[in-house]
Design a protein around this ligand. Structure first.
Ligand code: CFM
Length: 540
C-alpha cells in the first residue's frame, strides 16, 4: 500500500504491476483519467473479458431477458433452457410493477422449459411448443416471448419457427430472441437483440387505439428498479406530459404497440435502448433526447428540455412550477445532510449508465467521485456519441443483427420540420446527443472499463473511498475491507432514487452509510494484532 496520494498514471501502473505482460497491456487500455472539459481520451470498451479474470459482467441472455423484456408485466417471458438460467434471472433486480387494471402481472413467475440432457440430445423444439401451449392455457397472455440460452444455440433449436407456428395457432404475438449467453461479450448484446425483436414484432402494431394528450412522450431505458418509474410517472403527470410507454419498467405490451404515437422519445439508459430510439426516429419520425432523472438537478434539467421541445409556454410554466414546488423539500433535506457528507468520496463501478447518472446525486451531497466505470458499456457511453463513426465493429459485435429500417411508407411523419429542429438545436436542445461519462469527470479520477475483482481491491487500497457502489458479487468482499457498499443494480432494499422524492431517499441512505461508525469499530483480526495462533516450546 502506498503512503502518498498517487496521480492517475501512477495508480494505473500500480493496478497492472502484478499482471502478466500481455494482460497488463490489454487492461491498461481500459483505464483513463477524467477529462474535466478537456480532450477526451480513447478508452477500450465492449471487448472480451480476459479468460480467468473475475468480471462483474453478465451474459447476453441476462441483458435480453432479465434487463430489457423482463420488467414488462403482461408478456409471458419464457426461458428455453436449463432451469438455472430461468431461476437466476427471476426477480433478482427488484424491478417493480403495478398489477394494472386487469391484474395481469406475470413478473412473480419464472417460466422455463426446464431443458434436460434428453432435450439436448434429441432437440427441445417440441418441449418449447408444449411449454408455450401450457403457458397460454393457464394464463391467456397477450404475448409470449421466448429466450434462448447457451445450449439452445449449440444444438440448433429453431425457436423462431416454433414462435411462428404457435403465433398462428394461438392468435397472439409470439416472438423469439436468439440471445444465447455466449452470443456477445456481455449483456449489452442482449439489449440489442431485445431492441430488434420489440421493434420487429411489437412497436407500432396498433394504429387504431387513440391516444389523447397534447405532449405525448415515451421513456426508453427505465426499468422501475426500486420503484423509480413510479416517481418519474408522478412527476411527468404533474407537469402535464402524457407518458405512452416506458421501455420497460411498469409497462404493458399494449403500450408498446402504440408507442409510435408519441411526439418525443426520451432516453434514460442510453446503453440498453438507444437502438429503439434510433429505429423509431427512422421509421416514424420521432426525435429523441437524452434525459436523466437521477439527481434532483438532473431531473429539473430533463423536464426543462422536454418542455422546450414542445415549445408551449403553458407547459414550460407548469414545469417551472413543479420544479420550484418539489425543490423546496429537496433543498431542505440537502441543507440538513450536506454538512455531514461534504468532502467525502465515492466510487461507482456498475452497468452501462448508472456509473454516470449517479455522479449527479453524489455531487448534490458535495461528495467527490474518485473512480467510476461501466461493466459493459461501449466507447460512446464513455466518450460521447460523436465517436460512433470511429468505433471499429469487431467480430463479436458483428454477431448481432443490425436491422435495416426504412421510413414507414404510410406512418412516417417527422414531428418537427428540419428548420424547427435546427432552431431548437440552436437553443441548446441536443437531439440524439449523449456526452458520455469521461468529459465531466475530474482529472484525478480513474475511469476503468470492466473492472475486475483484483483491480477493485487494489484501487480501494490505493484511493480509499468512503463508499463504493457496485453489485452483489462485489458487496461482501468490499465490506470486508471496511468500505460500505451500495448496490446500484437492485438498490439493496432501498429506492426509489429517481426524481425529486427519490433524491431525498438517496441523501438519507448515503448519509447513513458514510457516517455510520460501524466500519471503524469492525477490525479484522490482523488489524488487532492477532489472532495468529501463537505457540511456544514448553518442554524443558
Ligand atoms: Fe441500463 Fe439498467 Fe444500467 Fe443496464 Fe444492468 Fe440495471 Fe445496471 Mo444492473 S439497463 S445499463 S444491463 S440502467 S441490470 S436497470 S443496474 S447493470 S447500470
Amino acid at each position: 500500500m502506498s503512503t502518498k496520494p498517487l496521480n492517475t498514471e501512477e495508480i494505473k501502473k500500480e493496478l497492472i504491476a502484478k499482471m502478466p505482460t500481455k494482460v497488463a497491456r490489454k487492461r491498461a487500455k481500459a483505464m483513463v483519467p477524467g477529462a474535466e472539459g478537456g480532450d477526451i481520451p480513447e478508452i477500450q470498451a465492449n471487448v472480451r473479458t480476459i479468460p480467468g479474470i473475475i468480471t462483474q459482467r453478465g451474459c447476453t441472455y441476462a441483458g435480453c431477458k432479465g434487463v430489457v423484456l423482463g420488467p414488462s408485466r403482461d408478456i409471458v417471458n419464457l426461458t428455453h433452457g436449463p432451469i438455472g438460467c430461468g431461476f437466476y434471472s427471476w426477480l433478482t433486480r427488484r424491478n417493480q410493477t403495478d398489477a394494472g387494471p386487469d391484474g395481469e402481472n406475470f413478473i412473480p413467475y419464472s417460466f422455463s422449459t426446464d431443458m434436460t440432457e434428453h432435450d439436448i440430445v434429441f432437440g427441445g423444439m417440441k418441449k418449447l411448443a408444449a411449454a408455450i401451449q401450457e403457458a397460454y392455457d393457464n394464463f391467456h397472455p397477450r404475448s409470449i416471448s421466448i429466450f434462448s440460452t447457451c445450449p439452445v444455440g449449440l444444438i440448433g433449436d429453431d425457436i423462431h419457427a416454433v414462435a411462428r407456428q404457435m403465433q398462428e395457432k394461438l392468435g397472439i404475438t409470439v416472438f423469439a430472441n436468439s440471445c444465447e449467453g455466449y452470443k456477445g461479450v456481455s449483456q449489452s448484446a442482449g439489449h440489442h437483440i431485445a431492441n430488434n425483436q420489440i421493434m420487429k414484432h411489437i412497436i407500432g402494431t396498433d394504429d387504431d387505439t387513440p391516444v389523447e394528450g397534447k405532449f405525448k412522450v415515451n421513456i426508453l431505458g427505465e426499468y422501475n428498479i426500486g420503484g423509480d418509474a413510479f416517481e418519474i410517472e408522478r412527476i411527468l403527470e404533474k407537469c402535464g406530459f402524457t407518458l405512452i410507454a416506458t421501455f420497460s419498467g411498469n409497462s404493458t405490451v399494449d403500450s408498446f404497440r402504440i408507442a409510435h404515437k408519441a411526439d418525443l422519445n426520451t432516453v434514460m439508459c442510453h446503453r440498453s435502448l438507444n437502438y429503439v430510439a434510433e429505429m423509431m426516429e427512422t421509421k416514424f419520425g420521432i426525435p429523441w433526447v437524452k434525459v436523466n432523472f437521477i439527481g434532483a438537478e438532473a431531473t429539473a434539467k430533463s423536464l426543462r428540455r422536454m418542455a422546450a421541445y414542445f415549445e408551449d409556454q403553458e407547459l414550460m410554466d407548469r414545469v417551472e412550477k413543479v420544479i420550484a414546488e418539489e425543490m423546496l423539500e429537496v433543498q431542505a433535506v440537502v441543507d440538513g445532510i450536506r454538512p455531514r457528507t461534504e468532502g467525502k468520496s465515492a466510487m461507482i463501478f456498475v452497468g452501462g449508465s448508472r456509473a454516470h447518472h449517479y455522479q449527479e446525486l453524489f455531487g448534490e451531497l458535495g461528495m467527490k467521485i474518485l473512480g467510476a466505470g461501466y461493466e459493459f458499456a461501449h466507447r460512446d457511453d464513455y466518450e460521447g456519441r460523436h465517436v460512433l463513426p470511429n468505433i471499429k465493429v469487431d467480430a463479436d459485435s458483428r454477431n448481432i443483427e443490425e436491422l435495416e429500417i426504412d421510413p414507414d411508407p404510410t406512418r412516417y411523419s417527422p414531428r418537427k420540420s428540419a428548420e424547427e429542429m435546427k432552431k431548437l438545436e440552436e437553443c441548446g436542445l441536443d437531439f440524439k446527443g449523449y456526452e458520455g461519462m469521461i468529459g465531466g469527470m475530474s482529472k484525478d479520477a480513474m475511469i476503468i472499463d470492466d473492472i475486475n475483482h483484483y483491480e477493485t481491491e487494489k484501487i480501494i487500497e490505493i484511493m480509499k473511498p468512503d463508499i463504493f457502489c457496485a453489485g452483489i458479487k462485489e458487496k461482501y468482499i468490499i465490506q470486508k475491507m471496511g468500505v460500505p457498499l451500495k448496490q446500484l443494480h437492485n438498490y439493496d432494499i432501498g429506492g426509489p432514487y429517481a426524481g425529486f422524492k427519490g433524491a431525498i431517499n438517496w441523501y438519507h441512505d448515503i448519509d447513513r452509510m458514510v457516517n455510520t461508525k460501524v466500519w471503524d469499530l469492525m477490525k479484522a483480526p490482523w488489524q488487532q494484532g492477532g489472532p495468529e495462533l501463537e505457540a511456544s516450546y514448553v518442554a524443558s
